[in-house]
Design a protein around this ligand. Structure first.
Ligand SMILES: *Cc1c(COP(=O)(O)O)cnc(C)c1O
Length: 359
């Protein structure tokens, strides 16, 4: 074995490096210089969001969303258990209790048919995760949320520039959270963004994001000094991060195109195994456009998965699995959560993610 295929490798597809130099030359590499502002305006315009603000991570975008939902101790938030910890943590940090529901076996997204039964007087938000950039059943989720006056925060960490019936993920709920972590489709090392889809949330989001000050209004010339006006934290990334991300954003068609080729090649080569019933491949519903974030296989049982990952590793190919279902995690046990979610548990034992390396 002389050549190992890693699971992931960062790509440079546009003017990332030139942009970073330009940001330095422009003389402001702290938050919201030239490139962050470009990202805000152009990403919002492309997505059709009321506003988009960069954050230091997808996790931070979710934490900002939890603040905007005014989550208080004792509130309940409904989310899938089959997700990354940050989907829950962001809300639990504000004192919410996570209410985990199962996923659909086809898309591995939150099973919207189980939503209504989980809603109580304490439910404050629903957080659908668009797994692998495949849209959740947003019209159903939104209708239930509206009927109960609950906020919808889309965890679109996997789904930047993926869409549902022509609408971009993250713009279908009240708030949408993206991640640009190096393992996602568009990257800047660590980074994220929040799409704000209600006019009324924009100003307060700017305050929370700028350490609880009205500095954004000050920079726009709307007030003549800035001061502490509310709670907040430092959610804004350096302009160097925005400069890198802007390069990726400009090269978006190229990045998605290259990933599409990899995805289609995997599909072509693995379809015979799927035809024989040995593996299940991703299922993409009609009306859904993906961003080719990931390619996964579902095998028959845990032993096959363990053996297959070991076999691939032996061949120099790094394949991985995720997630430890949140309802079975150590922290959920400490919270006293004792539920079974059969589909989540089965998928967590049988999924394999294959490498995705842009040539
Ligand atoms: C990656 C990810 C996050 C967190 O994003 P970071 O940028 O790593 O903080 C949140 N939710 C999901 C589903 C993710 O995959």
């Amino acid at each position: 074995m002389n050549h190992q295929i890693p699971f992931n490798k960062p790509c440079l597809e546009g003017d990332e490096i030139a942009n970073i130099l330009e940001s330095i030359q422009a003389g402001k590499i702290a938050g919201d210089g030239k490139f962050n502002q470009r990202c805000h305006l152009e990403i919002a315009k492309t997505l059709g969001a009321k506003a988009v603000l960069l954050t230091t991570s997808g996790t931070d975008a979710l934490e900002l969303a939890a603040l905007l939902c005014d989550i208080q101790p004792g509130d309940e938030v409904i989310l899938p258990s089959y997700t990354f910890v940050s989907t829950a943590n962001a809300f639990c940090l504000r004192g919410a209790r996570p209410v985990f529901i199962d996923i659909r076996p086809d898309t591995l997204n939150l099973d919207e048919t189980q939503l209504s039964a989980s809603i109580t007087d304490n439910t404050k938000a629903i957080v659908p995760v668009h797994y692998a950039g495949v849209a959740c059943e947003m019209p159903v989720i939104n209708a239930i949320a509206q009927a109960h006056q609950i906020r919808v925060v889309e965890d679109a960490a996997h789904g930047f520039l993926a869409s549902y019936k022509g609408q971009y993920l993250g713009t279908l709920g009240d708030l949408g959270c993206y991640s640009f972590h190096e393992t996602k489709t568009f990257i800047c090392g660590e980074g994220g963004a929040i799409a704000i889809n209600r006019e009324a949330d924009i100003e307060i989001a700017e305050i929370y994001r700028e350490k609880g000050t009205n500095r954004s209004a000050f920079f726009k010339g709307e007030v003549d000094k800035y001061t502490w006006v509310d709670l907040g934290s430092s959610f804004l990334p350096s302009d160097l991060i925005g400069a890198f991300l802007y390069g990726q954003f400009q090269a978006r068609d190229q990045i998605i195109g290259k990933r599409q080729k990899i995805y289609q090649e995997y599909l072509r080569l693995l379809q015979p195994l799927a035809d024989r019933g040995l593996v299940k491949l991703p299922q993409i519903p009609e009306d859904v456009k993906i961003n080719y974030h990931m390619f996964y296989l579902i095998v028959q049982d845990l032993k096959i998965r363990t053996d297959l990952i070991a076999y691939l590793r032996h061949q120099g190919i790094i394949a991985v699995f995720h997630y430890v279902p949140l309802h079975l995690s150590q922290y959920a046990q400490a919270l006293g959560i004792e539920i079974r979610l059969p589909i989540t548990e089965a998928i967590a034992n049988t999924i394999i993610r294959l490498p995705f390396l842009i040539p």
